[in-house]
Write a protein that binds this ligand. Structure first.
Ligand code: PGA
Length: 248
């Protein structure tokens, strides 16, 4: 069975005062039955790691550059994230794909850089609303997965996040049948490419996951957790999602 993961993506939100949310999460989940990850803005990684002080919450970055260092103003490398205390990095989020023109090939190279730095990768895939309407969701997601995931990953180094672009931050969620269809296809593709390891890789659902809909989503086959944006910013909300995953 894949390990279950509740991952929070703070995006470009949060400041020093937000670290109080981490204290509340640690208090609510001193010995969680699942893995918990928060990916804050890079400026907060080191302080968050210190605040967690060995508690059961991992900290990750939200992207990394393909190179280890160099003349890339404003970018951050995988080894910098690792040195700051990150253990994971989200790659290929649809906001990165859209805002920064990141292609599958770029994301694959970022993932290779992350693996070389010892980071675990969470690689995001997902269709736009127009693609779903055109009935090409499985082709789009399958193509992104094939192009973005490098060779040589294991269940320890790769987690996939299925995030329909139209469900992110909108309050709209696919039906459980729609989620099941895509997650089953991702699972089949991972097993086809990576054999037994593909059966152990966690597949997260992301897009408007809230405490109120989490249990229903986590009951879907091949959903091993969630990548959560808005509802990860407040400990009370994220805690409800953690509890739902523990009970799934
Ligand atoms: P949301 O974002 O939970 O706010 O919809 C999810 C994500 O973008 O990872």
């Amino acid at each position: 069975m894949p390990r279950k993961l509740a991952a929070g993506n703070w995006k470009m939100n949060g400041d020093g005062a937000s670290l109080a949310e981490i204290d509340a999460l640690l208090q609510a989940h001193p010995a969680p039955g699942i893995d918990i990850l928060i990916c804050p803005p890079a400026t907060l990684i080191e302080r968050m790691v210190r605040r967690i002080a060995g508690g059961a919450i991992a900290v990750g970055g939200q992207t990394c550059h393909t190179a280890a260092s160099g003349a890339h103003t404003g970018d951050i490398s995988a080894s910098m994230l690792a040195e700051a205390g990150a253990s994971h990095v989200i790659l290929g989020h649809s906001e990165r794909r859209a805002d920064h023109g990141e292609s599958d090939g770029t994301i694959r190279a970022q993932a290779e850089a992350a693996l070389a730095a010892g980071l675990r990768t969470i690689i995001c895939v997902g269709e736009t609303e127009a693609e779903r309407d055109a009935d090409v969701t499985l082709e789009v997601v399958g193509g992104q997965l094939a192009g973005s995931v490098p060779d040589g990953v294991t269940a320890g180094t790769l987690t996939v996040a299925y995030e329909p672009v139209w469900a992110i931050g909108t309050g709209r969620v696919p039906t459980t049948d729609q989620i099941a269809q895509v997650h089953d296809a991702i699972r089949a593709q991972l097993v086809d490419r990576f054999g037994d390891a593909g059966a152990e890789m966690a597949i997260l659902y992301g897009g408007s996951v809230k405490p109120g809909n989490a249990a229903e989503i986590f009951a879907v086959a091949n959903v091993d957790g969630a990548l959560v944006g808005g509802a990860s910013l407040k400990a009370a909300d994220f805690s409800g999602i953690i509890t739902a995953l523990e009970g799934a």
